[in-house]
Design a protein around this ligand. Structure first.
Ligand code: FAD
Ligand code: 8R5
Length: 473
């Protein structure tokens, strides 16, 4: 039987992984990518940008047989290193031990690895080719190369992995409205850098952590690169009174502000002014679509379908889950592509919506509540409940980051767990006053147990149904 042909727009992280997965499953895959071949940039100097990768990302890479090679370009991050205004720093572990950590991986290194693997599996890449238009009905694509030469291409099954600004999405929306909604956050970010330290210690600050400088309403973060540098990101409101990007227009004003608010971080960044002036302000928004596909002709994956804010470090992780789900559905579709696309949307959209919501909540947690006494009391009680009843209490952060249970399940379970915490603290005030037997019976009343082997949740497609919330307030 002839191999089914797929045309993929975008050879970024999700597109390249999907190309590998589909080629491995016997599809004939052609990818058009706007940028140049990431493997050409691998050994050139320049900024390295990293991404946080967690269990969902690793799970997808293991499916593709690429986890070991990816691990070699990653730095372990055990937890949040929270830097107070007084310069004191403390580590809040993300998980129970070093089996529950996240990793910082080079974006360009990972992209190059994925493109290599996709080609090895039989996919064909065309770099420097920008999609400029598409006739969805006739399945014809307009592509423009670096010299501005246009050509037409007869597409097959169309998949859009062309990111948050997706050109294929715009073409699909013209053909059949997708119900696109963009919700701007009103906050933006600036990318800065801490260079490698000199001397015996290659890293200027602890390498095995994700650093946060929470300042209430805004924050900076830093993540390590394997070469000893750190990517620093300053998150601020776009508009309004100081501090906002509106009020910090030039490097001089920004330096004075940054030196005042982040006095331990500022001296580690000799290129602050250059970076601040040289890099654009990134805008943050969440993108929702009512429909991700046009019958059996075209479908969107990754950021093209559901761009989210960065505050859970799950954008790529979520896109990788999409890629595995879509590849499996198409491989089993028996040419019913419309059915496979519809099922893809049905399975993935509730999960994309859930991680979008949890991500927005994590911004508030990262920038504000890490110092709030009620939040700290809940954190302490949560740690106690985890110890007393690990099958019943697993923090939402751990469900999102260290399991592959559906995001929507993590969201719903997190909601019930939060109610248990609130109720116990209402009844007993301090975490140390909560009796073990009451805590355990409250949890057992409210939640079904997680299926676990040791500390690890067993992956199951159908997570146990959550009963209606057991409490009334
Ligand atoms: P992209 O990676 O954006 O890839 C889209 C590809 O399509 C690109 O290669 C682009 O060149 C190409 N393309 C675009 N338009 C066209 C066109 N018209 N024709 C042809 N090709 C086109 N996620 C995490 O999980 N953890 C993190 O720590 C994290 N950190 C992030 C940090 C930053 C600064 C940003 C911006 C995002 C971060 N994310 C993170 C989110 C993550 O980058 C995205 O979710 C992920 O890259 C989505 O993959 P994608 O392939 O869908 O889109
Ligand atoms: N993305 C991340 C987390 C959660 C950290 C925690 C947060 C930068 C533009 Cl802001 C952010 C996280 O709860 O302690 N894990 O991974 C990555 C994050 O930001 C990335 C680097 C980023 C878009 C700029």
């Amino acid at each position: 039987m002839a191999r089914q042909a797929v045309t993929l727009i975008g050879g970024g992280l999700v597109g390249a992984l999907l190309a590998q997965l589909l080629a491995t499953r016997g599809f004939s895959v052609t990818v058009f990518e706007k940028r140049s071949d990431p493997r050409r940039l691998r050994f050139t100097r320049g900024r390295t940008i990293n991404l946080a990768i967690a269990e969902r990302g690793w799970h997808a890479l293991r499916t593709a047989g690429l986890a070991e090679r990816a691990l070699q370009m990653s730095v372990m991050m055990r937890g949040r290193m929270v830097h107070g205004r007084d310069g004191e720093a403390s580590l809040q572990r993300y998980g129970l031990d070093d089996n529950e950590v996240i990793w910082s991986i080079s974006r360009s290194g990972l992209n190059a690895l994925l493109v290599d693997a996709a080609e090895e599996a039989g996919a064909t890449f065309h770099f420097g080719q920008t999609l400029t238009g598409a006739d969805i009905d006739e399945r014809r694509l307009a592509l423009t190369d670096r010299e501005d030469v246009q050509r037409e291409y007869a597409a097959c099954l169309l998949i859009g992995a062309d990111g948050a600004g997706s050109a294929l999405r715009a073409a699909m929306d013209l053909y059949q409205p997708l119900g696109i909604r963009v919700e701007p956050l009103g906050h933006g970010y600036k990318e800065l850098e801490i260079p490698p330290a000199t001397g015996s210690n290659r890293f200027a600050i602890e390498p095995h952590a994700l650093h946060i400088w929470p300042r209430g309403g805004y924050m900076s973060i830093a993540t390590p690169n394997i070469a000893g540098s750190f990517n620093v990101t300053l998150f601020l409101p776009l508009h309004g009174p100081c501090p906002s990007f509106d009020t910090l227009r030039d490097a001089a004003t920004a330096s004075a502000f940054f030196g005042r608010e982040f006095p331990d971080l500022f001296p580690l960044m000799p290129c602050f002014a250059e970076d601040f002036d040289g890099h654009p302000v990134g805008k943050l928004a969440t993108l929702y679509l009512d429909r991700w596909h046009v019958d059996g002709r075209a479908v969107l994956v990754g950021d093209a379908a559901h761009a989210i804010a960065p505050f859970h470090g799950q954008g790529m992780n979520c896109g990788f889950e999409d890629a595995v789900a879509l590849a499996d559905l198409l491989a089993n579709a028996d040419h019913d592509t419309a059915g496979a696309f519809a099922q893809f949307q049905q399975v993935r959209k509730p999960n994309a919506d859930a991680i979008a919501a949890m991500t927005l909540e994590n911004y508030v947690e990262m920038r504000d509540s890490v110092a709030d006494p009620h939040y700290l009391a809940k954190l302490e009680l949560a740690a106690q409940l985890t110890q007393w009843a690990p099958q019943y209490f697993m923090s939402r952060y751990r469900l999102v980051t260290f399991t592959t249970l559906p995001y929507a399940y993590a969201y719903a379970r997190g909601c019930v767990q939060d109610q248990v915490l609130e109720r116990l603290l209402r009844d007993f005030s301090r975490p140390c006053d909560v009796p073990q037997d009451i805590a355990i019976s409250t949890l057992q009343q409210a939640l079904p147990p997680l299926q676990m082997i040791g500390n690890r949740v067993v992956h199951h497609e159908h997570a146990p149904a959550l009963p209606h919330l057991a409490f009334e307030f």
